[in-house]
Design a binder for this molecule. Structure first.
Ligand code: CO
Length: 135
C-alpha cells in the first residue's frame, strides 16, 4: 500500500564539498550520490539514511531560490520533503486546506520525481516539499 514517509531533509550550503566533509565525518561514510537539478538551480549531494535521505543543496547561481536563501538567512535547514503516493490529490487537499504553493506545481525535481513546494508562510514556517516517486 502506498504511504507517506519522510523522503528527505534538505540543508542549504554555500560549499558542497565542505558540507560533504562535515556529514561524512558525522556518518562515518562518503555521500551516496550527487546530482545537478536544473529546475531548482542546485547541485545536490545526498546521504542515504535508512528509508530517508539527507540532501545538501549548493546553489548553481546567486540569483536562485537557494542562493537568495543563503544570502538572506545563511546556511541551514531549507526544507523537508514528504513522499506522497499521488501529488495531484495531495496538492488538491493542501489547497483546499488553504495552503499556498511556491511557483509551478508540480514540476520535475531530483531523481525525476514530481515535486511541489508549499509556502512556509502558510505551513507555520517550514518550506514543505511534496514528492511523488517515479513509477
Ligand atoms: Co527537496
Amino acid at each position: 500500500m502506498p504511504d507517506t514517509r519522510l523522503e528527505h531533509v534538505a540543508i542549504a550550503v554555500p560549499e558542497l564539498d565542505a558540507a560533504i566533509s562535515v556529514y561524512s565525518a558525522v556518518l562515518g561514510r562518503p555521500d551516496s550520490g550527487r546530482e545537478v537539478v536544473e529546475s531548482e538551480q542546485v547541485r545536490i549531494a545526498f546521504f542515504q539514511l535508512g528509508d530517508s535521505r539527507l540532501e545538501l543543496l549548493e546553489p548553481t547561481a546567486e540569483d536562485s531560490p537557494v542562493g537568495r536563501f543563503l544570502e538572506q538567512r545563511g546556511p541551514g535547514l531549507h526544507h523537508i520533503a514528504i513522499e506522497v503516493p499521488d501529488i495531484e490529490s495531495a496538492l488538491e487537499r493542501c489547497r483546499a486546506a488553504g495552503l499556498r504553493t511556491v511557483g509551478d506545481a508540480p514540476r520535475r525535481g531530483a531523481g525525476g520525481r514530481q515535486v511541489a513546494f508549499l509556502h512556509p508562510g502558510s505551513t507555520g514556517g517550514v518550506l514543505l516539499e511534496l514528492s511523488e516517486p517515479v513509477r
